[in-house]
Structure formats: C-alpha cells, structure tokens
Design a protein around this ligand. Structure first.
Ligand code: C2E
Ligand code: MG
Ligand code: MG
Ligand code: MG
Length: 277
C-alpha cells in the first residue's frame, strides 16, 4: 500500500513537472511570434527628482499581452527570452522603439532628458551592442546624451571585453547605469574599474526603509561608495512618503517608484511630458 502511495505521489509529481514544462513551452512558442504578432509594447516609468517630483527621464519596460494568458509579467518571460536568445531581436526592437519615441519628443521640443533602456547580458555576449546602439541612435537622430543603458552586475563576469564595450558606449555620449545594485556579486574592485555613470539602488533595500537598520546601513554604504566613485544614484521602488524622506536624509536626489508614478502607456507619458513643459 505504501508502495502504491509512493507510486501515485511520483505520478502526481511527474504530472506537475509536465505541467510546468508545458507552460514553459507555451510561453516559449508564444514568445517566438510575439514580435511579429505585435503583442509586445513598452511602458514608461518616470524618474524624478526626489524632493520636488520633477520629471528627469523615464525607463522603458517591456510588456507582453498574450492572447490567452493575458499580461505576462517580465519576470516570467525575460528569463525565457534570455535562455532562448530571443532577447536579442526583442531587445533590439525595444531599443528601436524607445529611441524612435524619444526622438519624436526631442524634435517636438517636449523631450525627455533621459530615456533608460534595459540591456541584457545575453545581448552583450551574443551581439555587437555598440554597433546596435550607434546605428539605432543614428536612424532616429536621437542625441546620444539622452540615452542611458541599464546593465546588471552579472555582466562583469566577462571582464575586459565588457569594459571596452561600455567605455565605447560612453565615448559616444551614451550613459551607463548599473541596475539592481546590491543584488549581484560584483566586488568593489570590479566596480572601481568600471565605466559607469550611475548606480540604481535595488528596490529590495528601499522597501525596508526607514525602520530596518541593516537596509539603512546598506543604502548609506551604497551612497558613500557612489559619491566617492563620482557616480549618480537613483533609488528604485520608492512607494511611501516615509521612504522618500529617509532617502532624502541619506542624500539621495533621484528616484523611481509608485509613490511618484507607475509605468504607463506612451499616451499617458506624453500627457505627463506636456503637463510639465
Ligand atoms: P528593472 O529594470 O529593475 O525595472 C524596475 C521594475 O520595478 C519594473 O518592473 C517596475 O515596474 C518595478 N517598479 C517600479 N517602481 C516600483 C515600486 O514602487 N514598487 C514596486 N513593487 N515595483 C516597482 P517590471 O516592469 O515588472 O520589470 C521587471 C524587470 O524585467 C526589470 O527590472 C528588468 O530587469 C526586466 N525588463 C523589463 N523590460 C525589459 C527589457 O526591455 N529588456 C530587458 N533585458 N529586461 C527588461
Ligand atoms: Mg532597469
Ligand atoms: Mg532596476
Ligand atoms: Mg529591479
């Protein structure tokens, strides 16, 4: 009887595995066609001055509207896009769309100071990101100073090659920002030698402010580090007035988060730009 139960538990487990695999396969198959079927879109999340709320720029965030599954969150499909290499065509499309829109605003005289685009480590490994960025900026006539690329610490495993690409991007005038800072494994030594303009303090440290002493210490340390390396700082995921005040007291001047704005469709972003002009 125990044996039968064991077997049936194994069967249940196998079914669960099969379900997971099937769901994964459905996402992967769907993602292969998402671009051509126009299911992908960009949302824009403003970056603001922490003490006034003034608009400083925006980060573009990818959205996938699946016909049966509805809105699939990035944390479910970006890893699949990365594992399959689909992140390359998708990432190129994101950059193209973001630059096209930012250039349209630039020429209409209602430009964003900064548009930030996430670039996956897989894109750096698999293609010539410098060439991609340069040709995309040229195609749309967007001023390089208006583009910021967001990369993560996982990039640094690739060492010297990566450093060259990032510094060539900066030579173009594009800014480089280190996303989700504090969650990766980069050593301080690596950070020192990196061609960077900005650190984005990860939301996980911001969310426990102001009461959690260790989060406060970590944020304080990141700020001290950034200042001594001459880097700008953006705090991610600011949701409450208390967090805003704590960050201000710690010396942070820029932020992103639901306290100010959620990521929004392009029409709303445009309305916001107009209202601040
Ligand atoms: P990220 O680049 O760190 O983006 C910030 C994430 O935090 C976004 O989630 C944003 O909506 C969310 N967020 C912003 N403010 C708040 C807040 O106050 N509270 C909370 N709880 N969340 C906030 P989203 O849009 O789900 O994106 C998740 C991640 O997916 C991004 O993290 C980024 O790593 C990745 N991603 C999104 N779009 C792209 C893309 O076009 N290319 C690549 N390679 N990755 C992307
Ligand atoms: Mg980002
Ligand atoms: Mg981030
Ligand atoms: Mg993040």
């Amino acid at each position: 009887e125990a044996k039968a139960r064991g077997r049936s538990r194994a069967a249940v487990y196998e079914h669960a595995l099969a379900d997971v695999a099937a769901a994964h396969m459905q996402l992967e198959q769907g993602l292969r066609r998402a671009l051509e079927l126009r299911q992908l879109s960009l949302h824009w999340q403003p970056m603001v001055e922490l003490d006034t709320g003034r608009l400083l720029g925006a980060e573009v965030l990818l959205r996938w509207q699946h016909p049966e599954l509805g809105a699939v969150p990035p944390h479910r499909f970006i890893p699949i896009a990365e594992a399959t290499g689909l992140i390359c065509p998708i990432g190129a499309w994101v950059l193209d769309q973001a630059c096209a829109q930012a250039a349209a605003w630039q020429y209409a005289g209602q430009g964003l100071m900064r548009v930030a685009v996430n670039i996956s480590v897989r894109q750096f490994e698999q293609e010539d990101v410098l060439h991609l960025v340069r040709t995309t900026l040229q195609r749309h006539g967007l001023a390089p100073e208006r583009l910021e690329v967001e990369v993560t610490e996982s990039l640094f495993g690739n060492g010297a090659a990566m450093r060259r690409v990032l510094s060539s991007l900066r030579d173009l005038g594009v800014r480089v920002s280190l996303d989700d800072f504090g969650t990766g494994f980069s050593s301080l030594g690596q950070l020192k030698s990196l061609p960077m303009d900005r650190l984005k303090i990860d939301r996980s440290f911001v969310s426990d402010l102001p009461h959690d002493a260790s989060s406060r210490a970590i944020v304080q340390t990141i700020i001290t580090l950034a200042l001594s390396l001459g880097l700008d700082i953006t705090a991610e995921g600011v949701e409450t007035e208390e967090q805003r005040r704590a960050l201000l007291a710690l010396g942070v001047t820029e932020a992103q988060g639901w306290l100010f704005h959620r990521a929004m469709a392009v029409e709303q972003m445009q309305a916001l730009l107009l209202s601040q002009a």
